[in-house]
Design a protein around this ligand. Structure first.
Ligand code: AHR
Length: 656
């Protein structure tokens, strides 16, 4: 079967398409290694948008577990005698519920939680239920995972009892193992003891046992694996606009995201209100996935952590009034937050913030090397705020590299102004963002060739191809992203980081698309863009090799038959990335220059990403469009091959 698939794909790449007879001669200079490719080159960008954190990567299955939503019972259905109280054991999350005797033997007291678009559960997997509770006398509660849509005799798929027998607040736990797989179950809690009894419940939580690395209260395994499988070199968090907040009140406050989860205060998610046409009034941040977890995940997946902090500007898209922002002379607490963050990541265990990291289970430093100040900011408002941050960070931590922003536009007046300012302020890297249409991606093949080599360095911090009228994930957009990335690679001396955005989207809870990884309550779907990112990460190489056609970089120029290409080497291996954006297959001659007489090049294999389903993706079927590894033969100082129409190929060769 596999053989048949390989053969079909091979023939598809070579025989069935009309091949452009024009000889595309690629000159590859193997004599001289070019700029090193930084380990940080291809990375990931995480933001809690599209239910990426709560309801996504953070594996908590209970929504509003601490009853802190503005409506404390949002996400819950209560029955019988339930009251919301607000003098609980966790200072920053004071609400809890009191369950009391319903007052009639044929009535019941309890509550159901709806989860995030339901609670996804798998047959045979253990689920850890926990609750903080107290009662004046022993009270038994029954915990069930239920299918309320069932036509069966019973709603429950599993049940357990626990007895609350402490008058002081205490954490209780039981394990549930459902007898069926279901994407939309609910959690149900019945109070069984009556006789005038009552019981207080707080921080009601349910996690699968099969989390990423088996961590208690950890991350959803399939989603974390989808990140690890990208071999990312850098991990930017906690996002873009979420750093800024709709107002400063709701900016991402990293200090609220650390320490015991029960006492991390709830924040309004700024994406709750951003798009009224896709409105989610129940979108909040529990901060269960907080800065400690972000640093830990960076370490797990071998990526450099790259936190972004607020520069004292609330989202400028939503705030025209200057009073929305922190005045320049009142920035000290914000600057202190940035300095404290560096201490939290790297400080010794006897420092104030280093101790908190150690108490959370990580005495070793996280080795933070980068910090971003501000997200998509613009105008004079930004540089005048950035400057005091830079002064303070350089003074306290001269080795930390600082990232400034070039705003939300990929070019134009503000972009030029901000780049000039970033140079003046001597930031180390400049964050560029581009969500742009097909023609932009097709026209930017030489974008970085003319950048000032004196710096600052480029961080392409948010990008994705957004086709006008086709604003969803699709194969052709991913091919154009691959084409554009040849430009990042060719300019690896000046481009050190690039991260596609956004990263995650719940199929029932998205505000923004396209996104790199989609998921529902049980499954995840790696898009074609994901495969493009993975291929670049896997075949990153060590050094750039000069690659030209008729003396010019291969960047989709008029006489280049829609071809984009770049080449790198890793030891004796050579990886040539070729994107054919044209509708015709293209014949290529790979000419290797600079070889000694006895030296030659041997083809090893090729990886092809090709489809004629230009507007499809993998969101329903993750195997719909995926890269295929194929045999590749040829030897000598020249190797001939063909690339399919609208395709991305990586040609792997070795020097002998
Ligand atoms: O990636 C989604 C949003 O796009 C980011 O939050 C913001 O930086 C950009 O506008």
């Amino acid at each position: 079967m596999k053989l048949l698939r390989l053969l079909t794909a091979f023939l598809a790449a070579t025989a069935f398409f009309p091949v452009n007879a024009a000889d595309n001669i690629f000159d590859i200079d193997v004599k001289k290694k070019g700029a090193p490719i930084q380990s940080t080159m291809y990375g990931i960008f995480f933001e809690d948008i599209n239910f990426a954190a709560d309801g996504g990567l953070y594996a908590e299955l209970v929504k509003n577990r601490s009853f802190e939503f503005p409506n404390p019972l949002q996400g819950w259905k209560v029955f019988g005698n339930v009251r919301v109280m607000n003098d609980g054991p966790f200072e920053r999350n004071p609400h809890y519920v009191r369950l009391s005797d319903p007052g009639h033997s044929h009535k019941h007291t309890g509550l159901d939680n709806e989860g995030f678009f339901g609670i996804g559960i798998k047959r045979g997997v253990d689920y850890h239920f926990s609750v903080w509770a107290r009662a004046d006398r022993p009270v038994t509660i029954r915990i069930e995972l239920v299918n309320t849509a069932s036509m069966g005799e019973n709603h429950f798929l599993c049940q357990q009892r626990l007895t609350v027998n402490s008058t002081e607040w205490k954490k209780y736990q039981v394990t549930l193992r459902p007898n069926a797989t279901l994407d939309k179950s609910a959690l149900r809690i019945f109070m069984e003891t009556r006789n005038g009894a009552s019981v207080d419940l707080e921080h009601i939580s349910l996690f699968p046992s099969d989390t990423w690395k088996g961590r208690e209260g950890g991350l959803r395994k399939d989603l974390a694996e989808a990140l690890a499988d990208l071999s990312p070199g850098v991990f930017r968090f906690p996002g873009g606009c979420i750093v800024e907040g709709t107002d400063l009140e709701t900016r991402y406050n990293w200090k609220n995201s650390i320490g015991p989860v029960e006492n991390r205060p709830l924040n309004e998610n700024r994406w709750e209100y951003t798009f009224p046409h896709r409105f989610y009034p129940d979108y909040f941040q529990s901060y269960g996935l907080g800065f400690f977890e972000f640093f830990q995940l960076s370490e797990d997946i071998g990526a450099e952590p790259l936190p972004i902090v607020s520069c004292g500007l609330a989202c400028q898209f939503q705030n025209n009034d200057i009073s929305a922002h922190v005045p320049v002379d009142q920035l000290d607490p914000y600057i202190q937050d940035a300095l404290d963050l560096i201490e939290f990541a790297n400080g010794p265990t006897d420092s104030e913030w280093g101790k908190i990291r150690a108490d959370m289970g990580h005495p070793e430093p996280f080795n933070l090397k980068y910090i971003g100040i501000g997200n998509e900011q613009w105008d004079t408002l930004y540089p005048e705020r950035l400057e005091p941050f830079i002064k303070a960070i350089r003074k306290a931590y001269p080795d930390i590299q600082i990232i400034g922003s070039s705003g939300p536009n990929s070019e134009g007046e503000q972009f030029d102004y901000l780049w000039k300012e970033m140079k003046r302020l001597k930031v180390d890297l400049v964050d560029e963002h581009f969500y742009r249409p097909y023609n932009w991606f097709l026209s930017q093949g030489t974008r970085y060739d003319s950048y000032d080599r004196k710096g600052p360095i480029v961080f392409a911090g948010e990008y994705a191809c957004h086709a006008s009228g086709r604003k969803w994930n699709h194969y052709y957009a991913a091919i154009l992203e691959a084409a554009f990335m040849t430009n990042l690679e060719r300019n690896a001396d000046i481009v050190h980081m690039a991260t596609y955005a956004p990263l995650f989207a719940h199929v029932e809870g998205w505000q923004w698309r396209p996104d790199l990884i989609w998921f529902d309550n049980l499954n995840s779907f790696r898009t074609v863009s994901w495969h493009v990112q993975q291929l670049y990460g896997q075949y990153k190489g060590e050094n750039v090799l000069a690659l030209t056609m008729d003396g010019a970089p291969i960047a989709g120029k008029q006489d280049q038959n829609g071809l984009f290409a770049s080449a790198v080497c890793e030891g004796d291996l050579i990886y040539i990335k070729v994107i054919n954006t044209s509708e015709q297959a293209q014949q290529l001659t790979l000419k290797f220059n600079g070889l000694k007489n006895r030296e030659s090049i041997k083809a090893v294999k090729r990886i092809d990403l090709q489809s004629d389903k230009l507007y499809e993706d993998n969101i329903e079927d993750p195997t719909n469009i995926i890269p295929v590894e194929k045999p590749f033969s040829g030897q000598g100082k020249e190797v001939e091959t063909t690339v399919a129409p609208q395709s991305f190929s990586i040609l792997v060769l070795t020097m002998e």
